[in-house]
Design a protein around this ligand. Structure first.
Ligand code: ADP
Ligand code: MG
Length: 363
C-alpha cells in the first residue's frame, strides 16, 4: 500500500513541446492518500490514461517525479512498482484456464500453492467465476473475460495500488452495476488504494470517496461527490457533473443582488461580498434541482419562457429561456400546469457566483 505523490508531473507525447497545447498532461501536483478510493473522471482525451500509465510506469513523464510513500520511483519499470492495472479490454492468457489466469500474478510472486488456491477461490467467488474455474479462458464470453482481468487485478493483496482504466466498458449495463458494487466492497475490505478511471459520472460518483475531475490535461477539482455537486470549483465541473449540468447566467451586481435582465436576485451576504471583491466577468450558477419554477408571479420571481418539458419518469426536465439564456429545471411531480410562461425563483443558499469560469469562494 502506498501514498502516491505526483510532484509537478507533466507529459507531452511530442519530442520538443512548445506551448501548453503540446502537453497531454499540463501540470499535476498532487498527493493521493494511502487506502483511498479515487475516481479519475473526465471526457475522452483529457489525459486520464496518460496519468494512469505514468503511475503504473508504462510511461515516463516528460517532467516531474512520481513518489510512492515518499520514495522516488519515476524511473522504475512497471514490474518493480508493485502495482496492479486493469485495462479497458481483457488482458489474459487464452490457453490457460480461468483458475490459472487468476493464479498467475500470485505464482509470479512466488506464493505457495495453498495460499494461491485460497486467494483464487476467494476472488472467483466475489466475481461469480467459481463455476468457470476449470474452463479455458478462450471459450468464455467478452464479459467473463473482462471479469477474469478484473480478478487478476484484485488477486494480490500486497500491491501498492490497483489502477482500473475504464474496466467496465465491455460489460453489459446490468452486470456493470453489479460489478461496480463489488469493486466498492472489495475496496472497503482490502483498504488498498484504488484509482478508477472513467468518463461516466455515475460510475465515478458511486465508486469513489474522492473524485478527481480532469479537463484538458489538468485536474480541475478533487472532492467528494457532494462537494462537486454543491460547490463545483470550475464551470466545467458544474456542466460535467449532474444531469443535466449546472445552469449559468451572466449577471452584474447591485448591492446584495445579482442583476439578470433587469431583475434583481437576492444573494446571501457571503456570496454578495465575494462578488463585490471580484473583478472578473460574473455568472450566476444554480443546479436544475434547486431552480424553482412557478406558474404565476410570486415574490422575488423572474419571468421566463418555457421551451420544452421532457418526462423522465419520476421527474421532469423543463427547458426555459431567460433573456436568451437557456436554463434547465428539474421538476418534482405536480408542476404539469406550467405551459408557456413560468416564474423562476433562485433560492439564496443554492446560488453560486463564478468569475472567469471559476467559483468564487472564501479562502
Ligand atoms: P483519456 O484516457 O482521458 O481519453 P489520453 O490520456 O488517452 O486521454 O489522451 C490524452 C491526449 O494525449 C489526447 O489528446 C490523445 O490524443 C493524446 N495521446 C494519447 N496517447 C498518445 C500517444 N501514444 N501518442 C500521441 N498522443 C497520444
Ligand atoms: Mg483513456
Amino acid at each position: 500500500m502506498a501514498k502516491i505523490t505526483l510532484d509537478k508531473v507533466a507529459h507531452s507525447y511530442i519530442a520538443n513541446p512548445k506551448d501548453e497545447s503540446d502537453y497531454a498532461l499540463r501540470l499535476i501536483d498532487n498527493i493521493w492518500d494511502d487506502g483511498g478510493a479515487y475516481a479519475l473522471l473526465g471526457p475522452s482525451g483529457c489525459g486520464k490514461t496518460t496519468l494512469l500509465n505514468i503511475i503504473s510506469g508504462l510511461l515516463t513523464p516528460s517532467d516531474g517525479r512520481v513518489l510512492f510513500d515518499g520514495k522516488d520511483i519515476t524511473n522504475l519499470p512497471p514490474e518493480k512498482r508493485n502495482i496492479a492495472q486493469v485495462f479497458q479490454f481483457p488482458v489474459l492468457y487464452d490457453t490457460m484456464t480461468v483458475f490459472e489466469n487468476l493464479a498467475f500474478p500470485l505464482k509470479n510472486r512466488g506464493f505457495n500453492k495453498e495460499d494461491i488456491k485460497e486467494r483464487v477461490l476467494e476472488v472467483a467467488k466475489i466475481l461469480d467465476l467459481t463455476d468457470s474455474l476449470n474452463k479455458k479462458a478462450a471459450r468464455l464470453s467478452a464479459d467473463a473475460k473482462q471479469k477474469i482481468s478484473l480478478g487478476r487485478g484484485l488477486v494480490r493483496k500486497d500491491v501498492a495500488a490497483i489502477l482500473f482504466d475504464e474496466p467496465l466498458t465491455v460489460i453489459d449495463p446490468h452486470l456493470k452495476w453489479q460489478l461496480r458494487g463489488k469493486l466498492k466492497e472489495v475496496h472497503e475490505q482490502s483498504k488498498l488504494t484504488f484509482i478508477y478511471v472513467t468518463h461516466d459520472q455515475v460510475e465515478a460518483l458511486t465508486f469513489a470517496d474522492k473524485v478527481i475531475v480532469m479537463y484538458e490535461g489538468a485536474i480541475v477539482q478533487i472532492g467528494t461527490p457532494q462537494e462537486l455537486f454543491e460547490n463545483p470549483s470550475h464551470k466545467f465541473v458544474g456542466y460535467f457533473i449532474g444531469s443535466p449540468g449546472m445552469n449559468f447566467i451572466p449577471c452584474t451586481l447591485d448591492g446584495n443582488k445579482a442583476v439578470v435582465n433587469g431583475f434583481g436576485i437576492e444573494l446571501d451576504d457571503v456570496t454578495a461580498a465575494l462578488g463585490k471583491e471580484s473583478t472578473g466577468d460574473l455568472e450566476l450558477g444554480i443546479r436544475p434541482l434547486y431552480l424553482e419554477v412557478h406558474p404565476e408571479e410570486i415574490e422575488n420571481s423572474i419571468p421566463a419562457q418555457v421551451k420544452s418539458i421532457e418526462d423522465h419518469g419520476n421527474y421532469k426536465i423543463m427547458t426555459l429561456n431567460l433573456a436568451g439564456n437557456i436554463l434547465r429545471a428539474r421538476l418534482p411531480e405536480g408542476k404539469e400546469n406550467i405551459s408557456e410562461k413560468a416564474w423562476l425563483r433562485f433560492p439564496k443558499s443554492w446560488i453560486r457566483l463564478f468569475a472567469n469560469d471559476k467559483l468564487l469562494k472564501r479562502h
